[in-house]
Ligand binder design. Sequence first.
Ligand code: PHE
Length: 344
Amino acid sequence: MNAAIDKILSELEELKCKSAKEVEEARIRFLGKKGSVTALFEEFKSFDKERKKEFGARINALKNAAVAKIEQLKAGAAESDVQDASGADLTMPGDGFALGSRHPVSIVRQQIVDIFRKFGYSVAEGPEIEDDYHVFEALNFPPNHPAREMQDTFFVSNGHLNPLLLRTHTSSVQVRTMETQPLPIRVVCPGRVFRNEAISARAHCIFHQVEGLYIDKGVTFADLKQAILLFAREMFGPETEIRMRPSYFPFTEPSAEVDVSCNICKGKGCNICKGTGWLEIMGCGMVDPNVLRASGIDPDVYSGFAFGMGVERIAMLKWQVNDLRHYFENDLRFLREFQTAVEV
Ligand code: PHE
């Protein structure tokens, strides 16, 4: 009996299984109805009292050892079953998949464009490297006109008649639209613009604009006011009021700056609106007849309005981010704050 028990113990010790199937086969071999451990138990039953006493503890220990070994092998096999042929563990968690989010400037640009789309505007885009004609001349900036200094320019080439430059506003896209599209025209022009400015919390040499242009027969200043009011209420909430202050742009006459009522203090005066209750959001005006004429449109038949706003400026007002540089530094801590600002 002792020899039989020792034999089975050493078999158990050396037992190795690669799969759950092999473990089951081993279980049958040792603990099944005709298994070797079971057979010893059968033999044990026929022993007299003395011998039962002698072998009882050993044979029970053998059974426990066999059960424990089979359990241990089962657990090991379950693990190896999830490995593929290369031994890789298929249950390991995958590498993290970082989900990006849209940049606040993109979110606001899209919101502005979507609002004007609802009003029936289409989107026009144009080159960032432009010529003097489309950025200035066709927009009624005569050569050496001091208004050119309003928009300090980065020049790309020194061509004396029509130098290449980085566009200072997307009004250049409006010129290209007037040159090529049939009337009536109703477009918004989103895009990146460049001005030679020292970088600070309030100014940057790169920023984004959405400009708009509407040209048809009989377009009036009242239409402009209504379009801007509807836009402001869609963007900043239904209670929003607007006011217009006379201004000057070479390409519009009359021209105005538009303020919206401060959506933070509801017009009472706070530090965002500097106590005035108003926030400046854009420039606008009726397209100057010279501009229409330069693009081959008869100002005696057609009239139109134009407007232009800075996307970062609108984003600043919406989210009270008071340093423009945040928009360009790509600090993830800043960008992640906008992860839930819009469904992607
Ligand atoms: N182009 C102007 C700017 O960049 C904005 C503007 C557009 C003003 C259209 C009036 C009409 O500042």
